[in-house]
Structures are given as structure tokens and as C-alpha cells.
Design a protein around this ligand. Structure first.
Ligand code: ATP
Ligand code: RIB
Length: 301
């Protein structure tokens, strides 16, 4: 099995359940508030660990109680956390998540120490990148750090997977060149290409625009509609598993982690997509980010 390195964010999620999202100017009564380990990077590292992959994480937390909770949660599933720095006087990243009865969510993040994942911090942990075969990143750490790691990883011949979330407009083509896989959802893809994408043909064209920018493979996740895979000369649609969703938080993170794990085990891209969707479909039937990620036994069942 190959080694996976996740470089990204750690957040303590404060999750509020509401019947439906409040409109601008509206006050609503929520039904519960909970704190759950999250952050796109940490969720992906946790999922690989829980699925028994070999995974190290590089990131940053504050020297506060949430930081310790997040790091201990990763350790509990075997993630090597030696690349996570504790920043003296820093405040660990936070996310404020509203989940409505339909299972849909909206998220506001306060980066905190995720902004401290700088090139200098990466240089201190360069061995983690050197020893990894597959590098997973997201966009909740500084963009210049992501670009720096990408360049380093490509030179070292690593497989680079980027979950471009939260999506950023108008990134130069050089940012994308050489990335092996990106996994935007359809909203993120629309932001990346700078135009609305209505319908599957438009989404496929959007994915092709990313190929022209230098990405090798595009996996567009479509929520309960599944996943569209687009590469040079290939377009394949994979339907989602049918489940009753209660909370879709971290569905994308689960998909990315399980996809990467399957690649690390020598599975084909198609097999990895099927596995990613299977794991994500279980996660959406449960509440929270890391709390929703299934074990290998649960996946077998
Ligand atoms: P999030 O930002 O909520 O973590 P995302 O928007 O990045 O997720 P989605 O496209 O919502 O990613 O979901 C990723 C994958 O999870 C989908 O391709 C699908 O396989 C699975 N999934 C998500 N929602 C559902 C659902 N309601 N039913 C079944 N599978 C789902
Ligand atoms: O993808 C879900 C994650 O996005 C949450 O756990 C939250 O922390 C935000 O980073």
C-alpha cells in the first residue's frame, strides 16, 4: 500500500440544526448545536486513517483546547500527526455549519491557524512529502502554499489530488498545470471556470476547460446525482448510491479520501470512484464531519 500525505486545514465545527436556512434578515430557532472535529484536510486524513490507509498530515492548530481535540481525534484512527504544528498563542480554525432538515448545509470558516500553513512550515516537513506517494490538498490553507507543494510534488513524481474547495475565482492556468486529479462539486467547478454550468453537457464542458488549463483528470461530484469523470478523450458518468441523506457535511471529503485510498491500493480510477461514492453515501446518512465517516467493517456490511 502506498503512503498518503494530506496537507490542509483542521477546524472545530460548530454545527447548528435548523428546519431550513434562514433568509436574509430572518431570525430562526435552531433545534441543536454541537461541536464536532472537522476541517477539509483533517476530515480527509481522518477518513484515510479510519479506512486503514497509511497517512500523515501536515497542518497547524493553536495551543488551545480545540487544537488538542482535533489532533487526538486524528491519532485515534492512526493518522501520523508529527507534521501538525502547534502555534504558540494561535487560535485553531473554526467552521460554523448550518444543517437543514433536507441534509443540505452551508458553512462559514474562520481560518485561524490554517493561515499559518506557510511555505516555511512545509519546508520543515519536507520529508513527509518526500516519503508520500499520493499528496492530497484542499484550498483552506494559503494558495501560495498549495502551489508550492504542487510544484515540489510534481518534481518528485508524486500523484497530486486537489479538492478545490472553497473554490477561488480567476486562478492562473499555471496553478492547475500538472495536477493529476481535481474534485470540484458542480458549484465549485462553475466558480473555477467563471461561468454558470446548467445541465450535464455544460458541466462536461466546464471539466474540459480545466483539462485545457493543465489538469489531467477531473472528477466532478454531483451530490445525490453521483460523479462525472472527465479526462483527455474520456467521459464517464457514475451514479450515486441511493440512500436517505441526513447531513451531507464532509461527503466530498469522504469521497476524496476513499478515492485516494483506493488508488494507493492499486485500484483503477473507475474502481476508486465507485469506492469513493460508496463511502461518501454512508457518511451522508450520519451527522457531522469526522463523526460520519464509516469503518471498513461498516462498508463491508
Ligand atoms: P461537501 O462539501 O458537503 O463535503 P461536496 O459538495 O464536495 O460535499 P458532493 O458532490 O455533495 O460533494 O458529494 C460527494 C459524493 O458524495 C457524491 O459524488 C456522492 O457519491 C455522495 N453523495 C453526496 N450526497 C449524497 C446523497 N444525498 N445521496 C447519496 N450519495 C451522496
Ligand atoms: O467539508 C466539510 C468541512 O468544511 C467541515 O468539516 C468544515 O470544517 C469545513 O472545512
Amino acid at each position: 500500500m502506498k503512503n498518503i500525505a494530506v496537507i490542509g486545514s483542521l477546524n472545530l465545527d460548530t454545527v447548528i440544526e435548523v428546519p431550513q436556512m434562514p433568509k436574509a434578515g430572518e431570525t430562526l430557532a435552531g433545534t441543536s448545536v454541537t461541536q464536532i472535529p472537522g476541517g477539509k484536510g483533517a476530515n480527509q486524513a481522518y477518513a484515510v486513517g479510519k479506512l486503514l490507509g497509511k497517512v500523515k498530515m501536515i497542518g497547524a492548530v493553536g495551543d488551545d483546547a480545540p487544537g488538542k481535540v482535533l489532533v487526538n481525534n486524528l491519532k485515534s484512527v492512526g493518522v501520523d500527526v508529527s507534521g501538525i504544528s502547534e502555534i504558540e498563542g494561535g487560535t485553531t480554525g473554526q467552521a460554523f455549519i448550518t444543517v437543514e432538515d433536507s441534509g443540505e448545509n452551508s458553512i462559514i470558516i474562520i481560518p485561524g491557524t490554517n493561515a499559518d500553513v506557510t511555505k516555511e512550515l512545509i519546508q520543515k516537513n519536507e520529508d513527509v512529502i518526500q516519503k508520500a506517494d499520493i499528496i492530497i490538498m484542499q484550498l483552506e490553507i494559503p494558495l501560495e502554499t498549495v502551489e508550492y507543494i504542487k510544484e515540489m510534488a510534481i518534481k518528485l513524481g508524486k500523484t497530486v489530488i486537489l479538492d478545490p474547495a472553497p473554490a477561488v475565482r480567476d486562478l492562473p492556468d499555471s496553478f492547475w498545470t500538472g495536477i493529476d486529479y481535481i474534485k470540484p462539486n458542480e458549484t465549485e467547478l462553475s466558480i473555477l471556470v467563471g461561468r454558470p454550468l446548467e445541465g450535464i453537457d455544460a458541466i462536461q464542458e466546464g471539466a474540459c476547460s480545466m483539462l485545457k488549463k493543465g489538469v489531467k483528470n477531473v472528477l466532478v461530484t454531483l451530490g445525490n446525482e453521483g460523479c462525472l469523470f472527465v479526462a483527455e478523450g474520456t467521459e464517464e458518468y457514475y451514479p450515486a448510491c441511493k440512500v436517505e441523506a441526513v447531513d451531507t457535511t464532509a461527503a466530498g471529503d469522504c469521497f476524496t479520501a476513499a478515492f485516494a485510498l483506493a488508488l494507493s491500493q492499486g485500484k483503477t480510477c473507475g474502481e476508486a470512484i465507485v469506492f469513493g461514492q460508496k463511502v461518501a453515501s454512508i457518511a451522508v446518512t450520519r451527522k457531522g464531519a469526522q463523526t460520519s465517516i464509516p469503518s471498513p467493517e461498516e462498508i463491508m456490511e
